[in-house]
Write a protein that binds this ligand. Structure first.
Ligand code: SAM
Ligand code: SF4
Length: 328
């Protein structure tokens, strides 16, 4: 699949639920409302769409949300998609999770050919973690990470850089990741959804956020790439692989390979754009026949690049879609 700018699209992110047991203040407001259940795609519908997209050239799938492990019987969908990995029809099935329910699911994920996951962790300080997530329990997340590691799954810890909030956590998290053998991914906060606290006050460019690391260690850029937008660096002598995801300070749209399926069956071609096609009615009325035509339309809708810089500065331009709805 090629979009209108000639970019090859082979990576699908599926948001399996917009619900979450956390309320991270950069992601959603405390009183966030969620979609009624009959508006969600059921697992049969998600599987049908994913299978059709695989026929069209999708090689990697990431499950996200909301909190993907909070959706009931998620292991059923994971197993279905994981069978495609076993059959060589998919190169990779991965997951982004807040880790709180990971201990219960780690073995099932590993059995379904999930080899690598991202776990969000913005602080190793119990109180700060609870503040950022509005009530999350750090110990449950650390247990979940350990269970996944014991199940043989490689882990990248994802940390959102928040000015004045978790700058003090960068060294402890980097050192924890190095000791545990996890990668660390740092993410610049993006201006998605209204009613979210902070935003421009909390934005800090990663170059600045990693100062405590660069003062103490040396960084060397690596060729390593995953399917996502991170650029990787080796931190020595710490022995850490560090991924930097810089939607704001170093645009990566030129080689964007992604499309996103939302919980309610919309395909968004860019996290930063409202342009989408709606697959839910198509699949409910015509099965996969309607999907092919809409997919071609979606490819033409993919914008050349996002506009987060202007949206960060001017709140009237911001999208009214929170990160949990489209999937991170
Ligand atoms: N609940 C799961 C989790 O937290 O990992 C998966 C969904 S979450 C929306 C996916 C990722 O998006 C997380 O790493 C989260 O930190 C990040 N995220 C959420 N809102 C963001 C924002 N406004 N800017 C940058 N990253 C954000
Ligand atoms: Fe939930 Fe993930 Fe959003 Fe935090 S970032 S509120 S864990 S969906």
């Amino acid at each position: 699949m090629l979009d209108g700018f000639g970019r090859k699209i082979d990576y699908l992110r599926i948001s399996v639920t917009d619900r979450c047991n956390f309320r991270c203040h950069y992601c959603m407001p405390e009183d966030q409302s969620f979609l009624p259940r009959d508006e969600l795609l059921d697992y049969t519908e998600i599987a049908l769409i994913a299978d059709r997209f695989i026929d069209h050239g999708i090689r990697r799938i990431r499950l996200t949300g909301g909190e993907p492990l909070a959706r009931r019987d998620i292991d059923v969908l994971v197993q279905h998609l994981g069978d495609h990995v076993a059959a060589g029809r998919l190169d990779e099935l991965t997951l982004t999770t807040n880790g709180s329910l990971l201990a219960q699911h780690a073995d099932a994920l590993a059995a379904a050919n999930v080899r690598r996951i991202n776990v969000s962790l913005d602080s190793l300080d119990e109180q700060r973690f609870a503040q950022i997530t509005r009530g999350g329990k750090l110990a449950a997340v650390l247990n979940g990470i350990e269970a996944a590691k014991n199940a043989g799954i490689a882990i990248r810890i994802n940390m959102v850089a928040l000015k004045g909030i978790n700058e003090v956590d960068i060294l402890p998290i980097a050192e924890y990741c190095a000791v545990q053998g996890h990668d660390l991914g740092l993410i610049e906060t993006m201006p998605l959804g209204d009613g979210v606290v902070g935003r421009s006050d909390q934005f800090v460019a990663l170059q600045q956020f990693i100062a405590p690391l660069t003062e103490r260690y040396s960084l060397r850029e690596l060729d390593h790439r995953t399917a996502g937008p991170a650029r990787y660096w080796q931190v020595e002598p710490l022995g850490l692989r560090l991924g930097l995801i810089t939607p704001m300070s170093r645009n990566f749209c030129d080689d964007c390979n992604r499309l996103r399926l939302t919980t309610d069956g919309k395909i968004y071609m860019c996290l930063g754009s409202e342009l989408h096609v709606d697959l839910r009615a198509a699949i409910r009325n015509n099965g996969t026949a309607g999907v092919d035509q809409l997919l071609q339309q979606a490819l033409r809708l993919k914008p050349e690049r996002h506009d987060f810089e202007r949206q960060m500065d001017d709140s009237s331009l911001r999208l009214n879609r929170h990160m949990n709805a489209t999937g991170g």
